[in-house]
Design a protein around this ligand. Structure first.
Ligand code: UDP
Length: 245
């Protein structure tokens, strides 16, 4: 993050870019236009906690050019540590902002990740909604051999490469292969599922009552283990603050 125009806010050893969504996306667009190789990570409390337990993944995170605060938990932690971040910048927001911009600027995009039915639906939706984007590849995330993927990326030189295989897989893939094309490489987690509507947001009642997390938990109980990491994260931040004060 040597050439970053943004100052950074460290949270448990992970440097978050101190910027707004508009500033950040503009900056990324300039870098894409200049064909600068760029690795963006959008990190939430789960990712920060995972990096704390996995030194190799921690090193991968530090190799990114920018890390954005994906989740209100990160923004709250920054506030608690008296080094506030201006706002939450989610992976999904950056993804959709960049798709709209790629349409206007006729950029080349490679999509990697999600289930076969989701990536097929995504390719159809992009062709319909953003006809000027050049889709140079749309490959599901359940591949056995990555050679076909890396060869296609090297041959097509996409301006944007979105990898939606979930963490830590997506960041490891990008760190290993980003030298293949001087574009923007970004891990976007479950964004393809949301984009095509395979994963629905909670009905309005639950959203209005700030209970979307509870709705997701009840409809997908496998999330319980993942959501339990958030109180652990907040406890760690509390301890850090206490030690420092
Ligand atoms: N995924 C994938 N390959 C894998 C494992 C997961 O493409 O080997 C996809 C999965 O289908 C989903 C996305 O990765 O579309 C993100 O999964 P997850 O639910 O972990 O996302 P998050 O909740 O972290 O955004």
């Amino acid at each position: 993050m040597l050439n970053s125009p943004f100052s950074s806010v460290p949270i448990m050893g992970i440097p978050f870019a101190q910027t707004t969504r508009v500033q950040f996306v503009n900056h990324l667009q300039n870098r894409i236009d200049a064909h600068q190789n760029t690795f963006v990570i959008t990190a939430n409390p789960e990712i920060v906690m995972y990096a704390g337990r996995n030194p190799a993944y921690h090193t991968t995170l530090l190799s990114a050019d920018y890390i954005s605060a994906d989740g209100i938990g990160i923004v709250k932690a920054a506030q608690a540590l008296d080094t506030p971040l201006p706002e939450r910048i989610t992976g999904y927001d950056i993804f959709t902002d960049l798709l709209r911009w790629a349409e206007t600027n006729q950029k080349k995009v490679y999509f990697l990740g999600a289930k076969p039915a989701v990536i097929t639906a995504l390719a159809a939706k992009v062709a319909h909604d953003f006809p000027h984007i050049q889709v140079v590849g749309a490959q599901d995330g359940y591949y056995q051999d990555e050679t076909a993927i890396t060869t296609a990326i090297a041959n097509h030189q996409p301006d944007l490469i979105f990898v939606a295989t979930g963490f830590p897989k997506q960041e490891q893939f990008i760190a290993e292969h980003r030298h293949l094309a001087d574009g923007l490489w970004m891990g976007v987690g479950g964004s393809f599922d949301v984009f095509v509507g395979a994963v629905k947001r909670a009905p309005k009642f639950w959203q209005d009552h700030h209970l979307e997390w509870f709705y997701r938990l009840v409809t997908d109980p496998r999330r319980l283990k993942r959501q339990l990491i958030i109180p652990q994260f907040m406890w760690k931040i509390h301890q850090l603050k206490h030690k420092r004060d």
